[in-house]
Design a protein around this ligand. Structure first.
Ligand code: GLC
Length: 436
């Protein structure tokens, strides 16, 4: 067992190894560009020991922001050419909003950025620099959140819709199965694409070809509609109100409101957004029978009954009432997730008792450190300290025993996917350095 100091050093080395000189790639070979929510998590770690780097990480990300506020999920690294699908696949030049001189994708990822940016400023030993950073980022964050409420709040009820599985950050989660199965692939429908992920990582630990065809087809809908949101939502069969995305947005709005207050700016709008999204999640996404929040499929007009760990994430933004939170805790503490009375590493991404659960296939079962980090904070916020402590110890134990992997087998703790994965290192660092 590595010492605490040794582990901290190893985690810092992972981030150093993945540092591109202006931002941090998620993993050495599998993900050679800058990813949006990865960077926000990574910067939270830098905030504890290298504020200038944390600032640079977020600054680089926002350089790819579109004029309509869209914050793209990938900012492509010109030096990395062996990644696919690459920048040309997205054809973002068809949008009048895409930036010049920066190559980006045309979809988004969960909005953890206001939270990360507030944390960076608060940790900065140089208070003036922290304030200047908030002042610099405030207009960009405002425009990012305004984009979400102007373009993605399709029912005007505060729930933001995603238009691609990748936008959720949980690419092949069982949540998307039904919506994707609606897409019947016919000849000529799927734009040409190449996969390199399966050259790097075991094919059984990645999404299937059937899933990839549908991911690619959805991107074609986006560029054929020149990335005009209203048009896309009219033509696409994939329109989903996602629990994790909206949870992180509730917290993001609260943090944006605090940033506004620190700067002496008007903050009420962000509080209102947080309240409205949270209230509608409680009205529309909560499922009393199962004690979990479910995603909602706007195309079919039905809740998506997938028992995923992200369904418990609203704890993180204090969305559930105390009574609902008790039900969530009881649910977490069952065999399908992570019962405390048995050897249980951490919360798996998908209920082990569901058909289709796989301990090794990406978002269909493996333990992910970021989801457990979100749940840990949620459990602390409701005072569920014993369970929270268990999760925290698991977040420390998994990388220290198995390495800094992308995800882990919930039964054996074995590392899966890419090694030297940045957010695994970063969120471990955040927990350990926060203690200090
Ligand atoms: C995968 C993950 C996504 C992450 C990206 C880069 O696509 O599903 O959440 O942002 O890899 O690490």
């Amino acid at each position: 067992m590595t010492s605490r100091e040794g582990l901290i050093q190893q985690a810092k080395n992972v981030l150093e190894q993945n540092w591109l000189g202006y931002a941090t790639k998620p993993a050495p070979r599998l993900y050679p560009h800058q990813w949006s929510w990865d960077s926000a998590f990574i910067a939270m770690a830098y905030a504890h020991y290298d504020s200038p780097r944390a600032i640079q990480e977020m600054r680089s990300l926002f350089e790819g922001q579109w004029q309509n506020g869209l914050l793209p999920h990938i900012i492509f690294n010109r030096a990395a050419s062996d990644y696919s699908p690459g920048p040309e696949f997205w054809r973002v030049y068809r949008s009048p909003h895409a930036p010049q001189g920066v190559m980006t994708s045309g979809i988004i990822q969960p909005p953890v950025h206001a939270t990360s940016i507030l944390h960076i400023a608060r940790q900065d030993p140089d208070e003036d620099r922290g304030l200047a950073f908030l002042r610099e980022m405030f207009p960009k964050l405002k425009s990012w959140h305004a984009y979400l409420y102007n373009e993605r709040d399709l029912e005007q009820n505060g729930l933001i819709a995603i238009r691609h599985p990748w936008e959720s950050g949980q690419d092949n989660s069982p949540i998307w199965d039904q919506a994707l199965s609606r897409i019947k692939i016919e000849a000529g429908m799927v734009p040409e694409y190449r996969r390199v992920d399966t050259d790097i990582v075991n094919v059984t630990e990645r999404p299937t070809t059937a899933e990839y065809d549908r991911y690619a087809y959805l991107v074609k809908i986006f560029y054929e509609n020149d990335y005009e949101e209203a048009q896309i939502f009219q033509s696409s069969p994939f329109v989903i109100q996602d629990v994790l995305f909206n949870t992180l947005l509730v917290q993001g709005n609260r943090d944006l409101s605090i940033i506004a207050q620190i700067l002496g700016e008007e903050s009420r709008l962000y509080e209102q957004w947080a309240m409205q999204t949270s209230n509608t999640m409680n009205e529309k996404l909560w499922d009393i029978t199962h004690g979990i929040y479910f995603d909602y499929d706007l195309f079919s007009g039905q809740a998506i009954h997938a028992h995923v760990a992200a369904g418990f994430s609203p704890l993180y933004a204090c969305v559930p009432t105390a009574a609902r939170a008790e039900l969530i805790l009881a649910n977490l503490n069952t065999y399908g997730f992570c019962p405390l009375d048995e050897v249980c590493w951490a919360v798996p991404s998908y209920d082990k008792l569901e058909p289709g659960y796989s301990p090794s296939r990406y978002w269909r079962g493996p333990v992910w450190i970021n989801i457990n980090w979100v749940l840990y904070h949620g459990l602390v916020r409701y005072g569920f300290l014993a369970y929270a402590e268990h999760i925290k110890q698991a977040i420390i134990k998994l990388p220290s025993e198995s390495g800094f992997y992308e995800y882990f087998d919930p039964d054996t703790g074995q590392g899966l996917g890419s090694e030297s994965f940045s957010w695994t290192a970063a969120l471990l660092l955040d927990l350990l350095l926060e203690e200090a």
